[in-house]
Design a binder for this molecule. Structure first.
Ligand code: S3P
Length: 178
């Protein structure tokens, strides 16, 4: 079983994913990192040179690939949830945890690193709010959500471990549960 981290940009998926994998003794993967390796190009260059539709195509192919793995913590790009086929593929062997955060926290966390083409706008706060509104229903499809606005990476990891423990307990109590 994989643990899939979804959520908007700046909600902590990569930092949390890395730490969670280490803590659970699982492998770690980040779909954006894999895309950059595969394309030999930074995400913002891919957007700039080939456009968002091309990026989304590569992203879906990558999601399909990683969904065949097992025992991995997989952090996904913030837009992965927008395609139903991505979520279906990831769910086949994955428990999906969505990290959320309020717009203020997202702005603070994304301001420092200017590599997010979708927020490269004169008013990034307005854009964040717009995108969050448009995407809310997609993020809500996760199996579990955690608001990370006021939590440290360590606290988020601990919460996820708690959620996983409860999930395992309830599975093993059910007759025939694995
Ligand atoms: C995107 C999020 C980014 C990256 C790309 C598009 C999105 O990933 O995939 O810039 O559509 O929300 P992070 O969520 O890791 O920043």
């Amino acid at each position: 079983m994989n643990i899939i981290l979804t959520g908007f940009m700046g909600t902590g998926k990569s930092a949390v994913g890395r730490k969670l994998a280490r803590s659970l003794g699982m492998e770690y993967l980040d779909t954006d990192e894999l895309i950059e390796e595969r394309e030999r190009s930074k995400i913002y260059h891919i957007f700039e040179k080939k456009g968002e539709p091309y990026f989304r195509k590569v992203e879906t192919a990558m999601v399909r690939e990683v969904s065949h793995l097992d025992n991995h913590v997989i952090s996904t790009g913030g837009g992965v949830v927008l395609k139903d086929e991505n979520i279906k593929a990831l769910r086949r062997n994955g428990f999906i945890i969505c990290l959320t955060a309020n717009p203020e926290a997202i702005l603070k966390r994304t301001e420092r690193i200017q590599d997010r083409p979708l927020l490269n706008e004169p008013d990034p706060e307005k854009r964040i709010k717009e995108l969050l509104r448009m995407r809310r229903a997609y993020y809500e499809k996760a199996d579990f959500s955690i608001d990370t606005s006021n939590l440290s990476v360590e606290e988020i990891v601990r919460r996820i471990e708690g959620v996983l423990r409860k999930k395992d307990e309830s599975c093993s109590c059910r007759p025939g549960g694995a």
